[in-house]
Design a protein around this ligand. Structure first.
Ligand code: CAA
Length: 381
């Protein structure tokens, strides 16, 4: 089994790390506090090919593999989890489904600018009454000649405050449950489209989470993504890639917190020596590095499975479940190593601790990942 990164992937890792250190890290603390959406970062990331990592070059992307995508999200999240999730959503929940299900006209109009970082995307599935059970959405799509009329509300939409385009899921018939769901590509300047204000959250504070409202938006059939009634599969297959992105984000957050803890334990002295010389701290560091590596390997396995072209729901769910819960444990230990200093805003470690928590919730809670995993295990053994 070969688990070394290729020369190309190492080069990518080095260059994204440099971009993260030089461009993202200096503003990470500030945008967490202000909640300012890092629009400039997104444009710069787009210029480097990071907004559409796996999108083929002919559609404006970097044409790389899913493992390269995982490396990008890990490296950005290692310094700023908000920036990590903005990129992850644009790549896997917006570019990926347009690449997989879109027409050539849709790819030209939307995928190319999205992959170039000239347009920012969001994924509008969740509703006030439909979170873990998206088959129950109430946003309606009523056919009217060559258009559909979309009416409804969405909540918790990452990048919703700043997105230029949304993948919107609506039902043509609620009785049909998942078989009625249909996906649409909706520009944010469509009459009837509006967004709420930025939710004030525990973490990933700069990622612009908000509500969307659709008041009788008229959407041409040419902006329907996939067939009528096939939207649930569009959403689920996009979320497989999204879960790979969130697993990568969680690994990056944990890695960033671990590095803070390592540095602090070498500097901080108590009882006349650096605390890193005490076995209690050394054992914390040993557990943290082991858990990060385990999560990274599961995440890379999911990336490899995605690259094989087959359905990888199992691997994506396992990686997200383990990596998100690992990030919770690792960031908590990193904070503990910092003692009282870890609890104050001056140090970065409390931000990592807060940012890690959402990875267990968005793009399917840990409980949903366990449903996906157990369904697969029960059906295939
Ligand atoms: N790929 C392709 N098809 C899939 C699929 C996948 N990953 N998962 C399911 N399907 C198909 C099934 O094969 C089935 O097809 P048929 O009708 O042909 O049989 C159909 O979809 C229905 O499947 P299920 O019966 O398994 O569906 P379900 O209603 O029981 O739901 C679930 C399964 C796993 C619980 C799913 O509802 C789920 O993932 N829920 C969580 C939703 C979620 O992650 N929401 C997050 C929203 S995004 C976000 O967080 C915001 C953000 O901005 C970051």
């Amino acid at each position: 089994m070969h688990i070394e990164l290729s020369d190309e992937q190492r080069l990518l890792q080095d260059s994204v790390r440099q971009f993260a250190e030089e461009v993202v890290r200096p503003r990470a603390k500030e945008i967490d506090e202000s909640g300012e959406f890092p629009r400039q970062f997104f444009a710069q990331a787009g210029e480097l090919g990071l907004a559409g990592v796996t999108v083929p070059e002919r559609y404006g992307g970097a044409g790389m593999d899913p493992l390269s995508y995982s490396i990008v999200i890990e490296e950005i999240s290692r310094v700023c989890a908000s920036s990590g999730v903005i990129l992850s959503v644009n790549n896997s929940l917006v570019c990926d489904p347009i690449l997989k299900f879109g027409t050539e006209e849709q790819k030209e109009a939307f995928l190319e600018p999205l992959a170039a970082g000239e347009m920012l995307g969001c994924f509008a599935l969740t509703e006030p009454e439909a979170g873990s059970d998206p088959a129950a959405i109430r946003t309606t799509a009523v056919r009217d000649g060559d258009d559909y009329i979309l009416t409804g509300n969405k909540v918790f939409i990452t990048s919703g405050t700043d997105a230029d385009v949304a993948i919107v899921f609506a039902t043509v018939d609620r009785e049909l449950r998942h078989k009625g769901i249909t996906a649409f590509i909706v520009p944010a300047d469509t009459p009837g489209y509006s967004h709420g204000s930025h939710e004030y959250k525990l973490g990933v504070n700069a990622s612009g989470t908000t509500e969307l409202a659709f008041a009788e938006m008229r959407i041409p059939v040419s902006q329907r993504l996939g067939e009528e009634g096939a939207g649930f599969k569009v959403a689920m297959s996009a979320l497989d890639g999204g879960r790979l992105g969130i697993a990568s984000q969680a690994v990056g957050i944990a890695q960033g917190a671990f590095e803070e803890a390592l540095e602090y334990s070498a500097q901080r002295e108590q009882f006349g020596r650096p605390i890193g010389e005490f076995q209690a701290i050394q054992f914390y560091l040993a557990d943290m590095s082991t858990e990060i590596d385990a999560a990274r390997l599961l995440t890379w396995k999911a990336a490899w499975a995605k690259g094989s072209g087959r359905r990888f729901s199992l691997e994506a769910a396992q990686a997200k479940l383990f990596a998100s819960e690992m990030a919770q444990r690792v960031t908590s230990k990193a904070l503990q190593i910092h003692g009282g200093y870890g609890y104050i805003r001056e140090y970065n470690v409390e931000r990592y601790f807060r940012d890690a928590r959402i990875a267990e919730i968005y793009e399917g809670t840990s409980e949903i990942q366990k449903m996906v995993i157990s369904n697969w295990v029960l059906q295939n053994t």
